[in-house]
Design a protein around this ligand. Structure first.
Ligand code: MN
Length: 231
């Protein structure tokens, strides 16, 4: 079976004697990958990041959802970013560089798309409502498993090959989004208010929504990513 590395998120321990941070991944990612015919493995958190070693032997890298990226990383003053973890940013950015060098395909989800964008020189809106537009509420924490808004998919894209249609209903549980697009990336899905909701580049795909949480409608995304990108 193909082996997909998933970078962990970190949290402070709840109800533990020890104060060490804990690495975790939501099982939904592993389950989505498993149903699509591959195995997901959690990557340990390391600081400094030994990204090339971490990716040794893996067929793909999945960058999952998570908290905000430290705006210093993309050269911006902090405005509305919350819950930053600069060490985790460093690790995930190093993993993108390493995956590119090793020609390992990358799938970025939510924060994962933002990490791809930042690594390639892009920037973010630190709060969509206050810095971009209030036309659509992108932070629908009340309906994480349901379509919250539509996106328009570019017809000559990987996403179009997956979904075979232009208009797709996606969930939306993010308060940040892409401002300037990173080098070599192409926006392949846009929400009706004009926000970039998906990017594609050489050997990489990123989506701003959470396909693993809308699995019955999104399973082909995982299946075709494995089929097309992992040879
Ligand atoms: Mn959205």
């Amino acid at each position: 079976m193909k082996r997909i590395a998933i970078t962990s998120a970190r949290q402070s321990p709840i109800g533990s004697t020890f104060s060490y941070k804990q690495d975790f991944i939501n099982e939904s990612y592993v389950e989505a990958i498993f149903k699509a015919g591959a195995l997901g493995y959690i990557l340990p958190f390391t600081d400094p990041p030994n990204a090339l070693d971490l990716l040794d032997g893996f067929d793909a890298l999945l960058l999952p959802g998570g908290e905000d990226i430290d705006p210093l990383v993309y050269g911006a003053e902090e405005t509305y970013s919350i819950n930053r973890d600069a060490a985790l940013d460093r690790l995930q950015i190093a993993l993108v560089h390493a995956a590119m060098r090793l020609e390992i395909p990358i799938l970025g989800i939510c924060r994962g798309l933002q990490i791809i964008n930042i690594t390639l020189g892009g920037t973010l809106y630190q709060d969509i409502k206050r810095e971009f537009s209030q036309k659509i509420n992108h932070l629908r924490l009340d309906i994480p498993y349901l379509g919250a808004h539509t996106v328009k998919i570019e017809s000559d894209s990987f996403l179009y090959r997956v979904f075979k249609r232009e208009i797709l209903d996606v969930n939306s549980v993010h308060h940040q989004g892409i401002k300037d697009l990173g080098y070599g990336l192409r926006a392949t899905a846009i929400s009706p208010d004009g926000l970039i909701e998906a990017v594609e580049g050489e050997n990489m795909v990123g989506v701003q929504w959470h396909p693993e949480a809308q699995y019955s409608e999104m399973q082909d995304l995982f299946r075709l990513f494995i089929e097309e990108y992992i040879s």
